[in-house]
Design a binder for this molecule. Structure first.
Ligand code: A3P
Length: 289
């Protein structure tokens, strides 16, 4: 560790993903799959837990059947070690399957489009994504060392991080959302009003649940409860791979922590660059809630 990296289609990936790309690209999606797609650190695990609770009608015990990594196979994670191969888990998994990916939209295996699979995409504002990714890269020994904070900002802006550019990712998925069955959600909205956002997911999944179950889901998927849940908080992963004493996976769970990290000058530079990279899109983020 860290895992070796290797670019694929101009995107930084782990070598295991690049080297196994044919197998990932040829993955066979099924019409009743559900795909949870995110740029890293946007609230993937949170979305997974919400969806799992919905699928299990609020039965917490059923959601404790395995850790989050194994419950919802990570389709581009192809190395059997140090963690299970998400791709192999996905292939073996009985339907209906809920799968996870961080791939940019143009790299999603074509069978997902062919089978018209439902996809939930969650996006999070750039600065909080950067901060979260920075701390995650410090504690996740499988990922490249993020280096000093000021260097990491530049790497993130340049898209020289695993899974590539945040800007291209959120824009690409935003552009795709009207052509496919994609529910595009925002971390900041989920934080502001989980009930409203979970109801959007229920509608998208064509599921009806009682008010009681809905309240149970909100409680079980709150930050404080998930932080204590070993099946959701990644503490079942060996510390040689994820060292929560450096920075816990369930770190802060709030919008706006970027304000504690960026200097005034760094923020100004970031905003100027952001305007350029996000020019011409209707996609907007709320950074103050
Ligand atoms: P922070 O590092 O800002 O705390 P992912 O699952 O995509 O890797 O995203 C991880 C980020 O989502 C972390 O952000 C984590 O704390 C946050 N998160 C996880 N569960 C959450 C929840 N229930 N409510 C709010 N934030 C949550």
């Amino acid at each position: 560790l860290p895992l070796e990296t290797k670019e694929l289609n101009g995107i930084l990936m782990t070598k295991m993903m690049s080297d196994n790309w044919d197998k990932i690209w040829n993955f066979q999606a099924k019409p009743d799959d559900l795909l949870i797609a995110t740029y890293t650190k946007a609230g993937t695990t949170w979305t997974q837990e919400i969806v799992d609770m919905i699928h299990n009608d609020g039965d917490v015990q059923k959601c404790q059947r395995a850790n989050t990594f194994d419950r919802h196979p990570f389709i581009e994670w192809t190395l059997p070690l140090p963690l299970n191969s998400g791709l192999d888990l996905a292939i073996k998994m009985p339907s209906p399957r809920t799968l996870k990916t961080h791939l940019p939209v143009q790299m999603v295996p074509p069978s997902f489009w062919k089978e018209n699979v439902k996809i939930i995409y969650m996006a999070r504002n750039a600065k909080d994504s950067l901060v979260s990714y920075y701390h995650f890269s410090r504690m996740n020994k499988m990922f490249p060392d993020p280096g000093p904070w000021e260097e990491y900002i530049e790497a993130f802006k340049a898209g020289k991080v695993l899974w590539g550019s945040w800007y291209d990712h959120v824009r690409g998925w935003w552009d795709a959302k009207d052509r496919h069955r994609i529910l595009y959600l925002f971390y900041e909205d989920m934080k502001e009003d989980p009930k409203r956002e979970i109801q959007k997911i229920l509608k998208f999944l064509e599921k009806d649940i009682s008010e009681e179950v809905l309240n149970k889901i909100i409680h079980h998927t709150s930050f404080d409860v998930m932080k204590q849940n070993p099946m959701a908080n990644y503490t079942t992963i060996p510390t040689s791979m994820m060292d929560h004493s450096i920075s816990p996976f369930m770190r802060k769970g709030v919008p706006g922590d970027w304000k504690n990290h960026f200097t005034v000058a760094q923020n100004k530079d970031f905003d100027e660059d952001y305007e350029k990279k996000m020019a011409g899109t209707t996609l907007t983020f709320r950074t103050t809630i």
